[in-house]
Design a protein around this ligand. Structure first.
Ligand code: B12
Length: 480
């Protein structure tokens, strides 16, 4: 069977598109879905984020490849694009089976109840698509349980769509990714950490890998507890290290929501990497309280090659941390910053800018940013995610089409400051952060062309952030 797996490019909202100047990671979700299918199938992965004109490329691919089934993945940002692409596919050949999967399909399947989508997959997709393909060949109904829903055919669709996201299968049952199906040289991430004072490249080819799924916490702005019911699934150290060893890339981005929750498991992974002499470099995410609880694990990981840790510090204000249900005090954030500095791991700090921010709040955050540099620092605007309790609570307050604008850059909640002024400060924060990043402060030598590329990407990004307010002017585009 010919199967096309598609990852759309987020449409229209410029800042999200410009993030691509700094990183473009491989479509691991589609590689895993492909990994669940048998070698009898002819599979193509189409990463439209790499294309200038995604609609033209998609149309041409469908015409040339002639798939019998197309599977789309996407976050909430991709919802309308997926519907549009599915419509194109059906207009080219109405026999094509269209399947929507991924985060948004799992959270809010009813949003995909349109004639051009045949099946909506909730939760883990590798095993489910395999079953759909088997049923297709056996001419059985393609919908089953709360895992594969059919808006057009299943009379119980509405009931199932209103149910909670289904449980994930045991982690060792989830297929391994088919990395061979993508052009690996196209995936990269900006890499600012250097122990030697120079870097061969600022934009190395990067592989992504997942060692655990889920998180034990329920921060208000996050959807993971909704998707995973606060379960934390962990792969065994041996399996993780085997997958790392098999990668041809030297640079690895761990996609775990919180990789280090189980200190013992992470110690074993690092020890195995060292014992097997695997010399690679890593980026991972971690909570600040995990770093404070287990500094020794991060020391060990530094030896194993961990270069940068992304930490959702979110705020240096107790009240805001409480509001976000972060369950830790500012002091823990400060301790984590100090620990990473001492160990020599680069901190990538993620802060949340609250729509309530006034000039003094921006100025306070600016001071915090300057105090913790050199570090990579990034900002998002507090945005309720579709499918969360936080979204439900704020439903009546949205100032725009909350789907179209949901990218954690465009506020969907009212701001206290006029939008233009709010985004002037928002852009300035990023400018400050880029100016005080570790490369500049530590005077790391990088190839000239990479330096120019980084400056160009940074400048474009800052300008786009400052101009966000214009996206709210008259012509508000609605979802299809
Ligand atoms: C890494 C990451 C990124 C990377 C991009 C990675 C990439 N390859 O493109 C970067 C840093 C660029 C990024 C950016 C953003 N991200 Co992000 N990101 C993540 C993170 C941490 C991991 C995603 C991932 O790759 N997981 C691994 C894959 C294998 O798992 P999966 O996606 O769940 O896929 C499985 C199933 O869903 C299913 N499935 C998936 N697709 C399909 C398709 C078919 C056909 C089928 C059958 C099944 C299926 O099977 C898969 C295999 O098991 C998640 C958190 C999370 N745990 O999901 C947030 C997350 C997805 N991001 C989120 C957000 C909000 C964003 C941004 C909008 C925010 C911002 N301003 O930075 C942007 C949007 C960018 C965009 N392109 O749209 C939210 C999305 C919420 C929502 N409602 O959609 C999440 C969930 C974070 C959160 N805690 O809330 N992100």
């Amino acid at each position: 069977m010919k199967i096309l797996l598609v990852k759309p490019k987020p449409e229209l909202l410029v800042p999200i598109r410009l993030q691509e100047g700094f990183l473009h990671l491989e479509p691991l979700e589609l590689e895993i879905v492909a990994g669940g299918l048998t070698r009898d199938e002819e599979i193509k992965i189409l990463d439209l984020g790499l294309e200038k004109n995604q609609f033209a490329v998609f149309e041409k691919t469908v015409k040339d490849f002639q798939p019998q089934l197309i599977g789309f993945t996407g976050y909430s940002t991709n919802l309308s694009t997926i519907k549009r692409l599915a419509k194109t596919a059906k207009s080219l050949d109405s026999r094509i089976i269209t399947v929507a999967g991924g985060i948004h399909a799992t959270l809010l399947p009813a949003d995909f109840a349109v004639p051009q989508i045949d099946i909506i997959v909730r939760g883990e997709g590798g095993l489910v698509l395999r079953e759909i393909v088997r049923r297709f060949k056996a001419k059985e109904p393609l919908f089953f349980d709360n895992l594969a829903l059919s808006p057009g055919k299943d009379p119980e669709f509405q009931i199932k769509a209103a149910m909670e996201a289904p449980e994930y299968p045991e982690i060792d049952k989830i297929p391994l990714p088919r990395r061979d199906l993508v052009q690996r040289s196209r995936y990269f991430c900006v890499w600012t950490s250097s122990d030697t004072g120079k870097l061969e490249t600022l934009f190395p080819q990067v592989a992504s890998l997942r060692t655990s799924i889920g998180c034990a916490f329920s921060c208000s702005f996050c959807v993971i507890h909704q998707l995973m019911h606060r379960r934390y699934l962990q792969r065994s150290p041996e399996e993780v290290v085997d997958e790392i060893a098999a990668l041809k890339e030297k640079y690895i981005y761990f996609l775990d929501d919180e990789m280090f929750l189980n200190a013992q498991r992470c110690r074993e992974i690092a020890e195995l990497l060292l014992k097997r002499g695997i010399k690679k470099e890593y980026i991972s995410w971690s909570r600040s309280d995990t770093i404070v609880k287990h500094p020794e694990i991060f020391k060990l990981w530094k030896q194993a090659g961990l270069k940068t840790v992304y930490v959702g510090l979110e705020s240096m204000d107790e009240e805001k941390l409480l509001e976000y249900k972060k369950l830790l005090p500012v002091e823990t954030n400060r301790k984590a910053i100090a620990i990473l500095k001492e160990i020599g791991i680069t901190l990538h700090a993620a802060f949340i800018v609250h729509p309530d921010f006034q000039k003094k709040d921006f100025q306070r955050l600016e001071k915090e940013v300057l105090a913790l540099c050199p570090a990579e620092v990034a900002f998002t605007v507090l945005s309720p995610s579709p499918g969360t309790a936080f979204w439900q609570e704020n439903k009546e307050r949205f100032i725009c089409d909350p789907y179209y604008y949901y990218d954690c850059m465009h506020t969907i909640l009212p701001t206290r400051m006029p939008l233009r002024e709010f985004y002037k400060h928002f852009g300035h924060l990023t400018e400050l952060a880029l100016r005080s990043n570790p490369l500049r402060i530590n005077k790391v030598r990088v190839p000239f062309k990479d330096f120019i590329r980084a400056i160009a990407a940074g400048t474009k990004y800052i300008i786009a952030l400052q101009l966000i307010y214009k996206d709210y002017l008259p012509k508000v585009k609605k979802q299809d």
